[in-house]
Design a protein around this ligand. Structure first.
Ligand code: SF4
Length: 395
């Protein structure tokens, strides 16, 4: 049974395209964006409506996008381009300007293609390759200042200290609510599954951010009031799965459905499209420099090169989240031509195996042709984890 507050979130999601069209007709301006290092707070503080764009799971849109961008790009990037070519996505069609960052260079390429072929107004934020150098902070702060100045021209308004402080406070509250709900789903008798929380997080990509905070608070209250009343169907604590790797955007249900159908219980993730953007974002004051610092000091994205595994923040975060959510196996999902995450699969597997956490690597795309092969491998992995949990020894 779906929770009442989750039903309300899904209903608000269905209403959102019409609401956006009405807001634009009344003069509001919308920024469609894609990228891990794009601080939404800056867009929001200028009175603009931020929408995180992009879908997955459609072979048709991937094929369409592949007519404009090389087929050696990942399917997520090709589907994003396909969305522009298709010209029916309500969030793309309701955006007045687009912002992309260069965290993943394929996203940067998407921006160029969108600008060239579809004549969209596009802003690009440069991202340093090594976040830990002093120069990286100087460079990224300058990039964000430039980004804000372009948005100010577009908005016809100046970024103020007070408005930025309000937006940061709002986003801090959203992050706190998401973290609380997320931690709750991993407990022993939750009323909400990880899959539902994942959908709730992704609903937040397009909903009005102040409304979204209220919806999250209502969900949090409903969970607190009903604690212990029931358990989610099929919740099986013997195979607690953590998902890592390439993005799983809205619309891509292939892997999640297979795990669910096979009785695995997902309890955590470190996906760009899941929990990770909300973890430990510490904006110390309402200035562009402080926003830049906070975004550089979050968990690093897998697309950024980092050679010293002993001090790699991505690996450290992965290990700490696996421990926190008591996962006993990792499914590491990579999209074909997602080179950043594919190259990191082996090192991630080796590191986790050293601490007794098995990792299953699945390399896939949006076509349905490999569903049965994935099902067989996930089934064997879940069985192995269950056996290990029951007996305490590796199968
Ligand atoms: S990180 Fe991978 S999945 Fe994400 S945009 Fe880049 S290539 Fe695609």
């Amino acid at each position: 049974m779906t929770l009442k507050s989750v039903d309300v979130i899904l209903k608000r999601l269905a209403e959102r395209p019409a609401e956006l069209a009405a807001a634009r007709a009344a003069g509001a301006k919308v920024v469609g964006f894609q990228g891990y290092s794009l601080p939404e707070e800056l867009i929001h503080a200028l009175g603009l409506i931020p929408l995180r764009i992009g879908l997955g799971g459609s072979d048709r849109l991937v094929e369409l996008g592949g007519r404009y961008i090389s087929t050696k790009n990942c399917v997520y990037v090709r589907e994003t381009v396909g969305l522009f070519a298709d010209d029916t996505d309500p969030y793309i069609n309701n955006s007045d300007i687009f912002a992309f960052d260069a965290t993943c260079l394929q996203t940067f390429r998407t921006a160029e293609v969108v600008q060239y072929y579809f004549k969209k107004n596009v802003l690009i934020v440069g991202v340093p390759r090594n976040f830990y150098l002093e120069e990286a902070e100087t460079y990224f702060t300058a990039e964000l200042r430039h980004f804000v100045s372009r948005l100010e021209e577009f908005a016809g308004a100046k970024l103020s200290f007070e408005k930025l402080a309000d937006s940061i406070a709002l986003y801090d509250q959203i992050r706190d609510e998401i973290l609380a709900i997320y931690e709750y789903q991993a407990t022993a008798r939750p009323l909400i599954s990880w899959e539902e929380v994942f959908d709730v997080i992704q609903a937040g990509y397009v909903l009005d951010r102040r409304d979204y905070l209220g919806l999250l608070q209502a969900l949090h209250d409903e969970l607190a009031a009903g604690q212990g009343a029931a358990v989610i169907a099929g919740a099986d604590d013997e195979a607690r799965i953590f998902i890592s790797g390439s993005v799983i955007p809205p619309g891509d249900k292939k892997l999640i459905s297979i795990i669910d159908q096979l009785g695995g219980r997902v309890v955590g993730d470190d996906l760009w499209s899941g929990l990770i953007p909300y973890v430990e974002v510490d904006i110390k004051e309402p200035t562009i420099a402080a926003v830049a610092w906070a975004y550089l000091h979050r968990t690093p994205h897998g697309a950024l090169p980092y050679l010293d595994l002993a001090t790699d923040g991505r690996i450290a975060r992965l290990k700490s989240l696996i421990g926190k959510f008591k996962a006993n196996g990792v499914i590491y999902h990579t999209l074909r031509y997602c080179d950043p995450y594919t190259f990191k699969a082996k090192e991630t597997k080796d590191i986790l195996e050293n601490i007794g956490i098995p990792l299953l690597e699945l390399h896939t795309e949006y076509a349905g042709s490999d569903v049965e092969a994935i099902r067989t491998r996930v089934e064997a992995f879940i069985e192995m984890i269950k056996l290990k949990t029951e007996t305490g020894v590796a199968a």
